[in-house]
Design a protein around this ligand. Sequence first.
Ligand SMILES: [Zn+2]
Length: 135
Amino acid sequence: MLETIDYTIVKRRAGYYRLKLGRGSTQQVIDKVMPFIGTPCKYCKEIITEKNFSLDHKDPLPSSKRGLANLSPKEIERLSSMDNIQVIDLICNRSKNNLTDEQYTSLLEFLEKDPVMKAIVLKKMKMSNFIFRKK
Ligand SMILES: [Zn+2]
């Protein structure tokens, strides 16, 4: 049985949407995050702390209302379940943006071939996603 995070979609001025965790989620979120504090981020190996952690959807929710409307209730439930949430550092969350875990992992593997290219591409990706700030 999937555990579902209580959430609401908040429309941003720029037309973006973000996920806002509901009040009932607090203990659930703490239980999810705490085991990861002090461990390396799965993508960049940066140590995850109380200040840099972020909750990331392995398979992202659509960033628009229209995208959400195209999903079945079952798919929305899967995407918003705790099983689809991973704890990574904030920088990686910004870079990963709407890529799936699989897509971002293979992108990082590709970028490993060229450290200069990796630094430039990840910097650009991070900057293009400033809208997703830590709450
Ligand atoms: Zn990271």
